[in-house]
Design a protein around this ligand. Sequence first.
Ligand code: ZN
Length: 394
Amino acid sequence: MPKKGLIERLDSGVVIGDGGFVFALEKRGYVKAGPWTPEATVENPEAVRQLHREFLRAGSDVMQTFTFYASDDKLQNRGNEAQKKYTGAMINQQACEIAREVANEGDALVAGGISQTPTYLNGLGKEAVQKEFEKQLKVFVDNKVDFMIAEYFEHVEEIVWAVESIKQKCPGMPIAANMCIGPEGDMHGVSAGECAVRMAKAGADVIGINCHFDPDTVLAALRLMKEALTKAGFKKHLMAQPLGFKTPDASKQGFIDLPEFPFGLEPRILTRWDCHRYAREAYDLGVRYIGACCGFEPYHVRAIAEELQKERGCLPTGSEKHGQWGDGLRQHTKPWVRARARRDYWENLKPASGRPYCASMSKPDEWGVTQGDAMLKQQAQKTTDEDLQKLYKK
Ligand SMILES: [Zn+2]
């Protein structure tokens, strides 16, 4: 029997996305923070495959190809060695094969993914940016992915170009468009609501937000998007793929501006119970594509699937090893731990950080640098010590 497509699934129920490959694989030692090395699909395919499997087991309905930042221009940025060995097409091809293999082990769909480009930050214009996208899109079309996700765009101008390219090069494929913005809108000052309307006008079928902010912030911004879409007469499905980190103190640029990014974020990680609340609040807001981004591990996705058990009519395979709301603790040896085998205990727990000198909030960097600023331009050479000295002084 052919698998049901994305829109059909969203029309009749809820779709659960997968988690953050870049952060998860970095922690496992297969991805380097900085260039975020998507060549892991070629260098360590078994690690990528295993993570897909864990998300599938946790309840993900979508295997998103691990192609984040796998455009040729990104591969040659700031001394990145990858482009000497691989083309973006090679990395994307391998990512498609791995995602399809695992998707077919269950009922999951494969989504191809493109993201923002250094070419855009360099101010090289629409034609050059779309050329980068189109090289990636060719691989996704050849591999017949089920739908496309344009994600992690900070500027609505660039995501509109991305959606237009997908529409043109991938005829008939549903398009999900996700910006990495919060309630303050994009980096050029376009409001969140206006961003959503422009994505809809460009032809996106599913509209949402990924990365940069925690579930609370993402849902607050999605509420603004929903209002603006309704007002403009659009009826589109909404999508959320937030961070697995708490970011109430992040400013417009999201967690990138937090001093803990990217190596000290652990005290901010969501608990599985936070994910229950996120799934419920997203569903109640009308979001039907409920997924995740950086920081989300398979057990977080399993919590989403468990919260939405009634709506989906099933539990994920991964729940075989997880009693609902702590139920498995009935089998614990210690009586005080057995006493925690109840929903209200975990639902109301305020977990301590164990760090007495750790503030609950940080002060974001807020350099306010974005597209149009010389400091963001791409260069082929690695950053020198001298360059760094200048940055330290800023
Ligand atoms: Zn992310």
